[in-house]
Ligand binder design. Structure first.
Ligand code: 13P
Ligand code: SF4
Length: 307
């Protein structure tokens, strides 16, 4: 670490204390951001932390929908997203208008939205889910018809796991589609002892080759198991930093070095410091939308962290 980074980190930590702020970071964030965070986790863990925190300011090191979820749960707190351009292309693959049209075609369907969606889309949904609890959430529903948005691949996976047919939205993660079954086959030959673990945002042909299909938080817990010495990892490469840091002596092989979410990497130490200095950019959800979105997120949190 250079002198500049050491200085930046000191300034961030000082200002964080003075502002009464907490820093939450997603598992895909740059290593230096993970290192300064008070808590690093997956989408479900981060929303639970945001809901629980006593801090008056949350610096959200992740993408826009994650900061929005924190604002939905904590309307009285200032939620800072150090770069407003850190969006999620999958979340942008659905709009509230298009969802309303689809709901008219299926008026009796329960609407389940992946947390990777805007607050307005959440407000149009009955319940939210994350990759960590999607199977449990779908199992908890007794609706005859389920409309699942916006990730078709998570939807396909959950449908196969639960045996429930669902109407799927054609959204996908542009980062996870870079993970190919061909490369996984090669790595499997190269590391025959390794466990293959992938994220449910991967394509079905990738999921078919995996030993485990887990959220990023689930991958971190799985990696701690005694029997796991080598792991082929099918998700965004940022998680490799934390896997290696927490498990020295174990081997982690990313399926694709190109599986990079450019939005996640927009958050830098400089931007974290500027956001605390200027208390900006702030993510705030309009109350009319927030209440509807909160109902969907609360229903998810009540069902609990079933993984
Ligand atoms: P997790 O909730 O598993 O961390 O996933 C979030 C995400 O955006 C995956 O691309
Ligand atoms: Fe969105 Fe994919 Fe980035 Fe996750 S990895 S934030 S789903 S674009």
């Amino acid at each position: 670490m250079g002198n500049r980074d050491t200085e930046l980190i000191k300034e961030i930590l000082d200002l964080k204390t003075r502002r009464g702020a907490v820093i939450l970071a997603h598992n895909y964030q740059l290593g230096e951001i993970q290192d300064i965070a008070d808590f690093v986790g997956d989408s479900l863990e981060l929303s639970q932390r945001a809901a629980e925190t006593g801090a008056s300011v949350i610096v959200f090191c992740g993408v826009h929908f994650m900061a929005e979820t924190a604002s939905i749960l904590c309307p009285d707190k200032v939620v800072l997203l150090p770069d407003m351009n850190a969006g999620c292309p999958m979340a942008d693959m659905i709009t509230p208008d298009r969802l309303r049209e689809k709901k008219k075609e299926h008026p009796r369907a329960a609407v389940v939205c992946y947390i990777n969606s805007s607050a307005e889309v959440k407000a149009e949904s009955d319940i939210c889910c994350t990759s960590a609890n999607a199977v449990g959430i779908i199992e908890s529903l007794d609706a005859q018809e389920i409309l699942f948005v916006p990730d078709q691949y998570l939807g396909l996976y959950v449908s196969a796991r639960t045996g429930k047919e669902m109407i799927l939205w054609p959204g996908f993660c542009p980062t996870h589609v870079r993970i190919t079954p061909e490369r996984m086959e090669e790595l499997r030959q190269e590391y025959p002892q390794a466990k293959i673990v992938v994220h449910p945002e991967c394509r079905p042909e990738v999921i078919a080759l995996a030993d485990e299909v887990l959220s990023t938080g689930g991958m971190l817990r799985y990696a701690r198991r005694e029997g796991v010495r080598e792991m082929i990892v099918g998700t965004e490469v940022g998680i490799i930093y934390r896997l290696r840091k927490e498990n020295p002596g174990k081997r982690f092989i990313p399926v694709s070095e190109q599986a990079i979410c450019p939005n996640m990497k927009l958050i830098t130490l400089e931007k974290v410091l500027w956001s605390l200095e200027e208390m900006n950019p702030e993510v705030k959800v309009a109350e009319r939308i927030r209440l509807g979105a909160k109902a969907a997120v609360d229903r998810m949190l009540r069902i609990g962290p079933k993984r």
